[in-house]
Design a protein around this ligand. Structure first.
Ligand SMILES: Nc1ncnc2c1ncn2[C@@H]1O[C@H](COP(=O)(O)OP(=O)(O)OP(=O)(O)O)[C@@H](O)[C@H]1O
Ligand SMILES: Nc1ccn([C@@H]2O[C@H](COP(=O)(O)O)[C@@H](O)[C@H]2O)c(=O)n1
Length: 212
């Protein structure tokens, strides 16, 4: 089974994806980390984030062993990711890696912006996770502060809104729900509540399939 999770910045996709993968015994890929890794490589080598040739080269040289680098978690890497991810050739280079991950047994959960629409349009279940921007900014700020960073909530909110705008309005693979995605608003839910709501959706889809 392939579970596709999409949604805007800091909506809880990664947390949910990880928890669902654990619940079902599947593998999990946070696809945002791929674009963050490409942006980080450019930043490290001193290239402009809009340098298409350098970005494509970084995408071709992607090393999943480096996905755990904490530097990829920063706001700067996220902002950089939203710039390089709008370059069509970069996205093209990264499609196969994601599709291969999704296809390998026993099943996979992928989260990102275009999983249900472009990467896995035939996913068994698609969930589009949303939450009020202010709630997302608060959670992200608390997360950064817990890591010992001096995060300013207003700046975090501005970054989230800017990234959402860029991601929604780019011509290629824009952030949007697939027509057959289930909407999950977790603004009023805690993590456990969000996971339970997602499992209810997945089980309802599975039950419907086995009946029909
Ligand atoms: N339902 C929830 N209730 C409360 N906090 C949550 C919930 N879901 C996620 N969080 C918290 O919100 C923050 C953002 O979650 P997460 O990193 O999963 O979002 P994301 O959508 O994957 O972000 P990104 O855009 O960076 O990929 C984390 O601190 C996480 O613990
Ligand atoms: N499938 C995806 C995933 C991510 N992006 C871009 O990367 C940025 C960072 O993603 P996070 O999920 O780690 O916040 C994001 O703002 C998108 O621009 C993407 O395009 N497609």
């Amino acid at each position: 089974m392939i579970i596709a999770i999409d949604g805007p910045a800091a909506s809880g996709k990664g947390t949910l994806g990880k928890r669902l993968a654990h619940h079902y015994g599947y593998r999990h890929l946070d696809t945002g980390v791929i674009y963050r890794a490409v942006a980080y490589a450019l930043m490290q080598s001193g290239h402009d984030l809009n340098d298409e040739a350098a970005a494509v080269q970084a995408a071709l040289e992607l090393d999943p062993e480096k996905f755990g680098n904490p530097a990829l978690k920063t706001q700067k890497a996220g902002e950089g990711a939203s710039i390089v991810s709008a370059i069509p050739r970069v996205r093209e280079v990264l499609v196969n890696f994601q599709r291969q991950f999704a296809a390998d047994p026993p099943g996979a959960v992928l989260d990102g912006r275009d999983i249900g629409t472009v990467i896995c349009p035939h996913a068994d279940v698609k969930i589009f996770v949303v939450a009020d921007p202010k709630v997302r900014a608060r959670r992200r700020t608390m997360e950064a502060r817990a890591r010992g960073e001096d995060a300013d909530e207003a700046a975090v909110l501005a970054d989230i809104l800017q990234r959402d705008e860029r991601d929604k309005n780019r011509p290629i693979a824009p952030l949007k729900p697939a027509p057959d995605a289930y909407l999950l608003d977790n603004s009023q839910l805690d993590i456990e509540g969000g996971v339970r709501a997602a499992i209810d959706i997945i089980e309802a889809v599975r039950a419907g399939r086995s009946r029909g």
